[in-house]
Design a binder for this molecule. Structure first.
Ligand code: DGJ
Length: 383
């Protein structure tokens, strides 16, 4: 090819690529990566590191089999949050039949990656269900890497809190209470029994169940694991060790018998905010919200943060993470999944600006919005 012609072709390709640059969020729409393929990062979390955002999520495949882990955790990176570059599989499942806890066909959900300043390691936590056991194992697991994009090395899984009572647990709650096994679920007496350790006692020796989870790193560098526990009835908040790869044994319950999943946590103005969902499998439901002045509580339950049409289904989605926007004060993105369990690879992403009315976190639907909303006097008013 002659030089001017080649240059022309290159310029045309470059300008086409330019035209394809995304300049806004379009919640619920197909979200192409740099190859033009819909992002494959479900139940995602995000990390901001050295001027780049990294997105980690469940890589799903087509068909019902895609509801279990066939590939691993997919990573993307971005400078502007609109345009994502495919960084490949950060944590790969082990071959089927290998006997690994993360072998192909296990359930590996909601990966969250944090950076540990003391060790210089990137630490990935995720909800793990062992292959062939449905959701019975209820474990949380950890993998590490010296690079944000991986590859991550699987370390181990846990049932947290084994042999440790939660903060505020009373002496009298350490023994089974008369008649507790016969209590009818959802009655006031049963709720009281749950709050007084009905399930905590049951799982005291083997460790507490851990399903939907998130990781939160506080300003002082301490990291916390929040998970749906006790048959998804109660959230457990647990402190991680200094290397973020294990538990210190200090933990607390949040909203006993509240039946919360999909926890996402952020800190604003010195207060902690938690957004969760109810428990309806892959079907969406109304989000919930909580506020606390101290991470160990007490946590006060607030209302559904979603407003307007489809608020009762959180716009047909379920929370997965709250991403603080780098360099902008009190700017948070609510990240959620629109699950499609009959063909999981099609799952959509609902990212919306999270604003606050007093203590109440607020979500408003927007077909299209930009980070500019955070520069407006009242953040959250979508463009
Ligand atoms: C809802 C959870 O939030 C998801 O992560 C997944 O575990 C589904 N339940 C499974 O039904």
């Amino acid at each position: 090819m002659k030089k001017p012609l080649l240059l022309g072709v290159l310029l045309a390709v470059a300008s086409l690529a330019q035209a394809q640059q995304r300049t806004a969020f379009e919640p619920g729409n197909v979200w192409p990566d740099n190859h033009g393929t819909h992002l494959n990062a479900h139940g995602a979390g995000a990390l901001y590191d050295h001027g780049r955002y990294y997105l980690f999520g469940e890589h799903k495949i087509a068909g019902r089999a895609g509801n279990s882990a066939q590939v691993g955790v997919h990573c993307y990176s971005s400078k502007d949050l609109y345009n994502w570059q495919d960084e490949g599989i950060a944590l790969a499942v082990a071959p089927a039949g290998s006997g690994s806890e993360i072998e192909k066909g296990c359930v590996l959900e909601r990966p969250k990656v944090v950076f540990n300043k003391k060790t210089g390691q990137y630490v990935m936590w995720f909800h793990l269900e062992l292959k062939g056991q449905g959701y019975a194992a209820a474990r949380t697991a950890v993998a590490v890497s010296s690079k944000a994009t991986g590859p991550y090395r699987y370390v181990r899984s846990y049932r947290p809190g084994a042999g440790q009572w939660p903060l505020g647990y009373q002496e009298g709650w350490k023994q089974p209470q008369p008649g507790e096994a016969a209590l009818k679920w959802w009655t006031p007496e049963w709720r009281t029994a749950v709050a007084q350790g009905l399930f905590v006692r049951r799982d005291f020796d083997k460790g507490q169940m851990a399903r939907d989870m998130t990781i939160f790193v506080d300003d002082d560098g301490k990291a916390y694991h929040v998970a749906s526990s006790e048959e998804n009835l109660t959230l457990h908040l647990a402190e991680l060790t200094d290397d973020y790869q294990g538990f210190t044994g200090k933990w607390a319950t949040i909203a006993p018998a509240g039946h919360n999943e999909a926890p996402a946590l952020c800190k604003r103005g010195g207060k902690y905010y938690l957004i969760t969902s109810g428990c309806t499998g892959w079907a969406p439901n109304a989000a919930r919200s909580f506020v606390a002045s101290f991470i160990w509580g007490p946590w006060q339950q607030l209302g559904n943060p979603a407003t307007g049409a489809d608020a009762d289904s959180t716009y047909h989605s379920q929370s997965t993470y709250i991403l603080p926007v780098a360099g902008k004060k009190d700017a948070f993105i609510f990240m959620a999944d629109r699950w499609t369990p009959s063909n999981p690879i099609d799952g959509g992403y609902i990212w919306l600006p999270l604003s606050f009315e007093g203590d109440q976190p607020r979500l408003r639907w927007a077909d299209r919005w930009t980070l500019g909303v955070f520069d407006q006097p009242k953040s959250g008013a979508a463009q």
